[in-house]
Design a protein around this ligand. Sequence first.
Ligand code: GDP
Length: 318
Amino acid sequence: MTFTLDADDPVFVAGHRGLVGSAIVRRLRAGGHRNLLTATRDELDLRDQAAVRSWLEEHRPRAVHLVAGTVGGILANSTRPAEFLYDNLMIHANVVEAARHVGVEKLLYLGSSCIYPRLADQPIVEPALLTGPLEPTNEAYAVAKIAGIKMCDAYRAQYGCDFVSAMPTNLYGPNDNFDLQSSHVLPALIRKFDDARLAGETQVTVWGTGRPRREFLHVDDLADACVFLMERYDEPGPINVGYGEDVAIAELAEMVRDVVHPEAEIDFDTSKPDGTPRKLLDSSRLQQLGWQPSIPLAQGVASTYEWYLEHVAPRAVG
Ligand code: GDP
């Protein structure tokens, strides 16, 4: 069944300051939406059940993009498991329950490809969910994300709510986190090569062996897919959102090096974890619905670096 929104219908983007939320806001505005509801963390702590309920009672969105959460790369995930579990479980539970309570007509919940078993067959199909052990470096986050999928499915089964779950692959783009302690690999590499360039250094250290393979999707492609899925998708269970190709971390490092600091040499710190050996989603269900990504990785890396130079680098050096 198709779900259509009018330009003036209230749409809540939970997590609008993050990588994904800010891209969804850009995408909805570009599509002519005039009634986007947002709240900063100071205005609304999504972990606070009573606050979430009363905020939704007051604002009564017709649709919700639930893309808020505590997120991070391999180091943050493996060293702050309590925060990743608590924050995300609370946010998902509070927003989903309050959305049911106020009669939200459509909710799109965003998970992550780390919900799938560490050694799932590649490319990973949606039925692989809960068929094997998770990757230990991001197990806490994955457990919270799986709970979110099951919540959407349970609310659909018990209350008839049209709540859907999308599972994106590794994302990157404007408004990403470039802090080396908590970021994902792509923004970390942009930061490391640019810092080396500015400091006149030629050695850049990449964590792990460089052999793990990851699939990267530009967040503007993801935002487009979220808007598409909100309109066209109405089923239980996760649906994958990927780019369709993966690269080795060593290849990614070379790609970033060539854009940011071509003179640099790469070395690998194998005392750091590799994480899951490969993560490539099978996104054929989404493709069959009629959606395709449009931003190739090389182009996305170049435009993200430009964004970084304009918005982050001045602060980082100054
Ligand atoms: P993951 O996809 O959940 O494993 O998350 P990340 O994006 O943090 O890491 C992906 C891969 O990149 C892992 O194999 C990391 O060891 C590797 N990697 C290499 N250098 C870095 C770095 O500077 N930061 C991060 N976060 N990962 C890095």
